[in-house]
Design a protein around this ligand. Structure first.
Ligand SMILES: Nc1ncnc2c1ncn2[C@@H]1O[C@H](COP(=O)(O)OP(=O)(O)OP(=O)(O)O)[C@@H](O)[C@H]1O
Length: 282
């Protein structure tokens, strides 16, 4: 018997895991084993980072979590969301949005048109009336501080502005799950930090579950409560971020705890790489 009473937000109070992967494996047709028996649970509202060397399977795991990649074995479940829509309770699959390294904005459309695109394409948006959708676009552009640039075209934006437009486009559908695949890798450190702070601010107000793929250990520590270290398709270890209470403070990077945790992650990565050198076939 279920005790799923809806919370005031219209979501069930007891559905703690947003994603559960059990023994998930992916073998591509060219026999590359991109994921091997991955077991991963992601609580609702958590922020998880996937780190590891190039080719270790981070993007493949992200695609599995999104439901875009078929598994060769095992399973991956995403939460079902129950929410009130026009007076009726409706079950739907969790809404997922992606942010990629390339903002991939349509060059012939203004920022406003780019951001409203998912509402036009998606089922959820189609249910909204036009006025609501347009208000939502304005709200989200305000949140990413692009409201003044809504009538500009992508070629009239800086790299950081393009990325903010891409983040706005991901958030306009109010996703339950936000998947970020090296979103800031092409940007300089200053912009990377600014956008990291923006994503944290947006997480505070929207409370989506997020999974970040990054090669940047410092970024993983500043943006995520749990760091998942991968190597050759396996989860090597999952580390709880001991700095999670302080990770938003601007001087956290100068603290000894930051250096310790950074060192622990890079030691784990190095140890995994050494196991390759020693001929460990796993
Ligand atoms: N569609 C595909 N067909 C065949 N092999 C693939 C495919 N996609 C990925 N691979 C291989 O699967 C492995 C994992 O790739 P994946 O992109 O998940 O790694 P990654 O950790 O995200 O790498 P990077 O950090 O370089 O982006 C790699 O060996 C890659 O070459």
């Amino acid at each position: 018997m279920s005790s799923n009473k809806e919370s005031p937000l219209g979501r069930p109070p007891q559905s703690p895991q947003a994603v559960i992967c059990k023994d998930a494996s992916v073998v591509f047709p060219n026999d590359v084993r991109a994921l091997r028996d991955v077991n991963l649970s992601i609580p609702q509202g958590a922020r998880i980072a996937l780190v590891g060397p190039s080719g270790c399977g981070k993007t493949t795991l992200l695609r599995v979590i999104a439901g875009l990649q078929t598994l060769s074995a095992g399973e991956c479940q995403r939460m079902e969301v129950k929410e009130r829509d026009k007076g009726q309770y409706d079950r739907r699959r969790c809404a997922t949005s992606f942010v990629f390294q390339q903002p991939a904005l349509l060059p012939w459309a203004t920022v406003q048109r780019n951001v409203e695109l998912p509402l036009k394409l998606g089922r959820r948006g189609a249910d909204d009336d036009l006025a609501n959708g347009q208000q939502r676009v304005r709200d989200v552009l305000m949140e990413v501080q692009l409201d003044d640039a809504m009538n500009r075209f992508p070629h009239q934006l800086s790299g950081g502005m393009k990325m903010r437009a891409s983040i706005a486009r991901a958030l306009v559908t109010n996703p339950d799950l936000l998947l970020l695949d090296e979103p800031f890798a092409a940007l300089d450190d200053l912009l990377r930090n600014q956008l990291g702070r923006l994503v944290t601010k947006l997480w505070r107000s929207h409370r989506f579950t997020s999974v970040l793929v990054t090669h940047n250990i410092a970024e993983a520590i500043q943006l995520c409560e749990r760091i998942v270290v991968m190597h050759r398709g396996r989860l090597v270890t999952q580390l709880q971020n001991p700095l999670r209470e302080k990770m938003e403070s601007s001087d956290v990077r100068r603290s000894p705890e930051f250096a310790d945790f950074y060192g622990m992650i890079s030691d784990t990565l190095e140890a995994a790489a050494k196991s390759d050198d020693s001929g460990d076939p796993s």
